[in-house]
Design a protein around this ligand. Sequence first.
Ligand SMILES: Nc1ncnc2c1ncn2[C@@H]1O[C@H](COP(=O)(O)OP(=O)(O)OP(=O)(O)O)[C@@H](O)[C@H]1O
Ligand SMILES: [Mg+2]
Length: 338
Amino acid sequence: MPETSTNTPAPILEIKNLKTYFFLENATVRAVDGVNLTLPRKTTLGVVGESGCGKSITAMSVMQLIPSPPGKIVDGEVILHRNDGSQVDLTKLNPRGMTMRAIRGGEMAIVFQEPMMSLNPLFKIGHQIAEAVRLHQKVSRKEAMERALEMLVKVQIGAPKQRLHEYPHQLSGGMRQRVMIALALSCNPSILFADEPTTALDVTVQAQILDLMMELQEDFAASIMLITHNLGVVSQMAAQIAVMYLGKVVEFADTRELFHHPLHPYTVGLLNSVPVLGRKEKDLVPITGMVPLPTEEIPGCAFAPRCPRVMSICHEQQPPLKEYHPNHQAACWLYENR
Ligand SMILES: Nc1ncnc2c1ncn2[C@@H]1O[C@H](COP(=O)(O)OP(=O)(O)OP(=O)(O)O)[C@@H](O)[C@H]1O
Ligand SMILES: [Mg+2]
């Protein structure tokens, strides 16, 4: 597990009470329902949680990429601390406006599970990276193409000169993922969102891509928000972890602390259900029940119906996310008034 320093670095991004809903004909999907999260500078933050708990929509909300309608950010703030020392609340910006377009791709970039989400099948690799560079930096075509080549070298693609002139379909899945990382990093963003960046790849390639991301983080001094189902991956990559459940962060801590002293019963359940930290397959215990639909309104703690340590208050009131140990927050009534 990566070491964390005792003094937390200054934040680059602060997500405060963020709510993103999808207004469908007969229901409202509370995809993100009061997320509080701080991303420190030059750190990797892992975001974990079962499918549908709002990990991707949190990242998409920060990037202002929510399809609207039916989606809408209905509440909260997303404060970006820019390199020039200024701050901006991204939720107040027009998603298609000049400032947001400059920030998206220039200061923040996203890598998806499926590279074809970011790559255009009709254009050659070199052209796509060069165009991204030219969108954010005042450079000539030739300089942008040189930068594209430099990026392909950085992401360790074999025969990079030749690849510049190839189309996405001519590359393997692992290579396409490298190109996508090259594209994302080509403008030197200070935040990289990596949403299940390696899930579609086989294990060996997965490890190579993750190693590459760690190296590049050092090189580019970027912060990474790594979204994944894979607790093994975050334990190796992330300095800190946020655990999400049904649109909220329910626990946040340094990686080592979270793995050794989880507070929230949901986190305990997640850790008990996967083979990490030498736990044997036969000792694994899945969490009972299913994640409720985000269209249901749950008065108390959303995990209460599945929680092995549930108390009566849990069905009545939502527990706030609070710091119970230094740098370790949880949203759980078990730790209140103790
Ligand atoms: N365009 C949309 N319209 C309606 N509901 C949506 C839309 N996009 C996402 N949702 C819903 O928002 C909730 C959160 O979705 P999200 O994609 O953030 O989950 P996730 O944690 O990333 O899950 P996974 O691990 O499967 O990727 C889910 O219930 C999902 O069905
Ligand atoms: Mg997702």
